[in-house]
Write a protein that binds this ligand. Structure first.
Ligand code: LLP
Length: 391
């Protein structure tokens, strides 16, 4: 098999194992997970996720189209997004999806007009900004007053007044999402408290909700992925069991993305040059920020291993080929590395391939799957592999 690096390698066994562990951790039959399609929208990934009975959390019309094409039922699809276009709303309404998560009072007017055109009633959830600190990177924090997302808690009463004026809207739920890569469970407990305040306030006004959507955000272990390939879903769901007040007949929705797909994907790249710089040794690889943006965008750390060498450990600055200094994967201790070695950049299954671009007119990295060939089989004909265990 001809091998074109860089490529994304997906471990379907690990993905299935993660999904099994996640579904087994759900003790409550009223808990339902919609996978956040934005984390990874590859067909085979979505198909695998669908097979485990998850719904789809979409943030664009094209994500809805993809979910529908892969067989997700409209009633299993939700749409979020602070700037939904009329076309996207039209698509969502014409398919009568489970919920349109509305992010502003201004948006209600537009959704109502489109629903009226279709002579139907659109299912609405208010996305509420709970002003809860997720204690994660500021660029992936979404639930603070300073963030652009959601309706402020102080505006909920006005939003209810407004929705009651519109005949083509039905308020079915509330929605929150406080951020991503959240490693402590405290922010989720704080979210539950805020959600309880909101539902009590709404109940006092006679508004009974069908669902409470608490978003996603559960983080993964980037620094030592092997030590926790499957996140602790039990602990995560237990927080909501314990702290979220749920009425009879109400369902609780989750929108997990990263925790489901993050560890199942790696970016495989070949070393082009090893160059002695004035300050460090550079390992220049054929993957760049166009393939995996996270380090350039968020200073994110991804563990790197050399699949082809078992030499002495040395220090390298691993960089891509793009003409930007932000095109770096960071400093890494690797066994002696040479031209032609294969490096694996771990934990790249979420927000990796989806964020890729063809800047510099580069080709986009393709996806290869573990059930077609193991990583060893992909790489071995090109260069002998050493066992990672031997390093
Ligand atoms: N629901 C909503 C409304 C969201 O905005 C997101 C992610 C999720 C669910 C899924 O969150 P997760 O479970 O994956 O944390 N590109 C960044 C992450 C951006 C997350 C955006 N929203 C990164 O590479 O870290």
């Amino acid at each position: 098999m001809s091998l074109k690096t860089p490529f994304y390698y997906y471990d379907l066994e690990l993905l299935n194992q993660t999904l099994e562990s996640m579904t087994a951790a759900i003790q409550n039959p009223n808990f339902k997970v919609h996978y956040a399609v934005k984390a990874n929208a590859e067909d085979r990934i979505l198909q695998t996720i669908k097979e485990h009975g998850l719904g789809a959390d979409c943030v664009s019309g094209n994500e809805i189209k993809k979910a529908l094409a892969l067989g997700f039922e409209p009633k299993e699809i939700v749409l979020a997004g602070i700037g939904k276009s009329d076309e996207e709303l039209d698509l969502a309404i014409s398919h009568n999806i489970h919920s349109i998560n509305c992010e502003s009072i201004e948006e209600l007017e537009v959704i109502d007009a489109i629903a009226k055109k279709h002579d139907t009633i659109a299912n609405i959830a208010f996305r509420i900004n709970p002003n809860v600190d997720a204690h994660t990177h500021h660029k992936i924090t979404t639930g603070l007053n300073e963030n652009k997302f959601g309706i402020p808690i102080s505006e909920i009463d006005t939003a209810v007044d407004e929705i009651l004026k519109h005949k083509n809207l039905a308020l079915k739920g509330i929605h929150f999402h406080i951020g991503s890569q959240i490693l402590s469970l405290n922010p989720f407990a704080n979210l539950c408290q805020q959600a309880n305040r909101v539902t009590e306030g709404l109940k006092a006004r006679g508004v009974i909700l069908e669902h409470i959507n608490v978003g996603g955000g559960l983080g993964i272990n980037y620094s030592d992925p092997e030590s926790q390939l499957v996140p602790n879903f039990e602990e995560y769901f237990r927080v909501f069991e314990k702290f979220l007040n749920v009425e009879d007949g109400q369902t609780v929705h989750f929108e997990l993305g990263r925790s489901i797909v993050g560890q199942a994907g790696s970016l495989i790249s070949k070393v082009l040059y090893v160059k002695k710089g004035a300050a460090s040794n550079f390992a220049i690889i054929d993957a760049g920020m166009t393939d995996l943006m996270r380090p350039a965008l968020y200073n994110a750390f991804h563990k790197i291993d050399n699949l082809s060498s078992s030499g002495e450990q040395e220090s390298y600055h691993v960089v891509g080929p793009i003409c930007e200094s932000s095109d770096t994967f960071g400093k890494s201790e690797l066994p002696k590395t040479s031209r032609g070695d294969f490096l694996v950049i771990r934990s790249a299954g979420a927000y990796g391939q989806v964020l890729s671009s063809n800047y510099n007119l580069r080709d986009r990295a393709e996806a290869v799957y573990s059930d077609v060939m193991s990583l060893e089989e992909y790489i071995a004909p090109n260069r002998p592999l050493v066992s990672l265990a031997a390093q």
